[in-house]
Write a new protein. Sequence first.
Length: 352
Amino acid sequence: MKAFKKASVAAFAAGLILGCAMLMGGCGVNGDKRIVRIAHSQSETHPEHLGLLKFKEYVEENLGDKFEVQIYPNELLGGQTKVIELAQTGAIDFVLVGTPNLENFADVYEVFSMPYLFTSEEAYHSVMNDVDYMQQVYRSTDEAGFQVLTWYNAGTRSFYSKKPVHTPEDLKGLKMRVQQSPASVNMCNAFGAAASPMSFGEVYTAIQQGVIDGAENNELALTNNKHGEVAKYYAYNKHQMVPDVLVGNLKFLDGLSEEEFEIFQEAALISTEEELAEWEKQIEEAKETAANDMGVEFIDVDVQLFKDKVADVQADMLAENESIRDLYDHIQQVNEEYQDGSEETKKTQEGK
């Protein structure tokens, strides 16, 4: 039954893509309205999908006589690598993907795969919410035919597996799924595990069948994607904070009038606000559900032990990719600001 369902989905996606290739303009038009297609890999209840619904709502409220937004979740049109290719050609107008998928198009995005890049969630959010600064990063993929409009919070990534992990030594010999990024592969191998890059949609079955021993992601993967059914141990080693980004076909964006582009940009920022709020709500619910209903054990570990293991990965990335240096230095400045702020807050509290 699962094989039939996958075949049906693949056939649908292939038919849509073929139709777009043959008809192009006609494929994207519904009467007098331009159909705007968005693809992503999450479920309909995920914060990112809810954010995209706000995007759709805002665009259609303001430009509903011209545009109709259609959202395709659950990798319906393919995995993240595939939908980026479709966004390049214009078969899809927008895709929501993790930044590791952009590394082959702009070297600067590799910085987000660096382990322990951010020292706190506050610093991470401050960097990503600095729209003016991030614009220069977002424009780095123009030559590839697409551009990032905004970011979505994808939480803090940690390891989850069939066996408990308390120290890096417990990872030795385990096959762990990582995102399809050289930096993530090097990080995982430095921890002592065997990195297994694969599409996110394949993870559940791969763990279930023993192809891999676990993966690394945020807590929502346990519940929203049901990985907690097959991996019962979640270790809080907190090795990465990797944003997801909303990518738009550049030809489509450049073809908008100034007013239309502003509406789409505002819709993107509104969608981020919605996603961030939903994220905070759902992540707490996910922890409770995973622990109480799925039997997942959450393990607090000595994070410094894991940091020490990947110090060389950070140094090698900086030495081998000069394109990440400016953004890396900017992030370190923000890290220091928030660390200083935390220290001041701590001293104030201790003085009371």
